[in-house]
Design a protein around this ligand. Structure first.
Ligand code: AMP
Length: 394
């Protein structure tokens, strides 16, 4: 059933407590990439343009549980103010008497950003008392932070629970995530091709298992492929592998019945650097060398699968795309996914994290159907098909 969005709620004169993801990269107090703040603007404007009093809460980085100036959200308040063209007030804490007073003094259409939720250890523990204190700040609860929606924290779960009986909705960012990821999980247009890469099999085992029953083809790249090579009895040289996952890789291959495609050639080198000299091998990787990308034959095979697909999900780079000599595989796959969107009308979803960074780096983010705002969250959504934090909303 479709979830209520913020647009379905009358917010005029009401205190709207909204969880956003302002976990932006900060260097010496300056915001680098402000995309996460910019992406939240449509939901924010919807509330303030209709006269809601908007109280925003977020985490930033991984503080140890107390105040740490370098993780303050104050720069995010300033940047949001610039983007909105209006003043955004900032509270030096996220709970307590002073915060409650600041909220009480708010006028319709004003915005207040609370200080980093994770300055309180209770946030990640979903402490009920802390959650209640957050909930006291709102008449309405909105969640628009997909990147943390897979975690039951006080701001994502406990506060929403504590506001039971009051309107509780999702924002437009989460609405879009649910539309694309939800459809892919429950009713994908076929053929459905999943592309999985990145460093470790262990991070993605559950999603591989889930996708085996849902997708028509799984294309594997990245270092993850070499654990599967070991499972096939191939030699992988010094490549990154997880030896304790070889048996599991074997059983996945047996279960897959040919659905899992592995690289047929590999870009190898003796070092992972920008000036690395590379070679291509088919089959075994020599003992003193390491695999860092999929090779040209694999690119062609994978491109053909992608060109024939109607739904594509991509999570994890095909190689060490951060280094130029090992970029070709990831770039070719990014281009192929973009092309499938425009030429075959495929629904194409980039599952956050490093693949989102890669598609941005290649200037192709606008050319796919959806770039997820949550790496871990999108993987978990593909595994489970729902989040408890969103289930409890209206
Ligand atoms: P993950 O977080 O699991 O999606 O992994 C992303 C990281 O995997 C990126 O930083 C890549 O550089 C890295 N990666 C991809 N392929 C390889 C490889 N063949 N060897 C080592 N690292 C790799």
């Amino acid at each position: 059933m479709a979830k209520k969005t913020v647009a379905d709620i009358d917010v005029k004169g009401k205190r709207v407590l909204m969880r956003v993801d302002f976990n932006v990269p900060l260097e010496a107090g300056r915001i680098g990439d402000d995309r996460r703040i910019a992406q939240a603007i449509p939901t924010i404007k919807n509330v303030i343009d209709r006269g809601g009093k908007l109280i925003l809460m977020s985490h930033l980085g991984r503080p140890k549980g107390g105040l740490e100036a370098k993780f303050s959200l104050k720069p995010a308040a300033d940047r949001l103010g610039e983007l909105l063209g209006k003043k955004v007030a900032f509270a030096n804490d996220c709970i307590g008497v002073e915060v409650e007073q600041a909220v009480t003094a708010m006028k319709d259409g004003e915005v207040l950003l609370l200080e980093n939720l994770r300055f309180h250890k209770e946030e990640e523990k979903n402490d009920p008392n802390f959650a209640k204190q957050l909930a006291r700040l709102g008449d309405i609860y909105v969640n628009d932070a997909f990147g943390t929606a897979h975690r039951e924290h006080a701001s994502t779960f406990g506060a929403a629970q504590a506001l039971q009986g009051k309107p509780r909705a999702i924002g437009f960012l989460i609405q879009k995530e649910l539309k694309f990821l939800g459809e892919a999980v429950s009713n994908p247009k076929r053929p459905f091709v999943a592309i999985l890469g990145g460093a470790k099999v262990s991070d993605k085992i559950s999603v591989i298992e889930q996708l085996l029953s849902k997708a028509d083809t799984l294309l594997i790249g990245g270092a993850m492929a070499y654990t599967f090579f070991l499972a096939q009895g191939k030699e992988v040289g010094k490549s990154l592998v997880e030896r304790d996952k070889v048996e599991l890789a074997k059983s996945l291959l047996a279960k897959a019945g040919g659905k899992i495609k592995l690289p047929v050639d590999t870009v190898i080198s003796d070092k992972m650097s920008d000036d690395a000299i590379t070679q291509i091998v088919e089959g075994n990787i020599p003992a003193h060398l390491e695999g860092f990308d999929i090779g040209p034959k694999t690119i062609e095979l994978y491109k053909a699968e992608i060109a024939g697909a109607k739904t594509i999900i991509w999570n994890g780079p095909m190689g060490v795309f951060e280094k130029k000599p090992f970029q070709a595989g990831t770039k070719a796959i990014a281009l192929a996914v973009a092309e499938a969107t425009s030429k075959s009308g495929a629904t194409t979803i980039i599952g956050g994290g490093d693949s989102a960074a890669a598609i941005e780096q290649f200037g192709l983010a606008e050319k796919v159907s959806h770039v997820s705002t949550g790496g871990g969250a999108s993987l978990e959504f593909l595994e489970n098909g729902h989040f408890s934090t969103l289930d409890i909303l209206d």
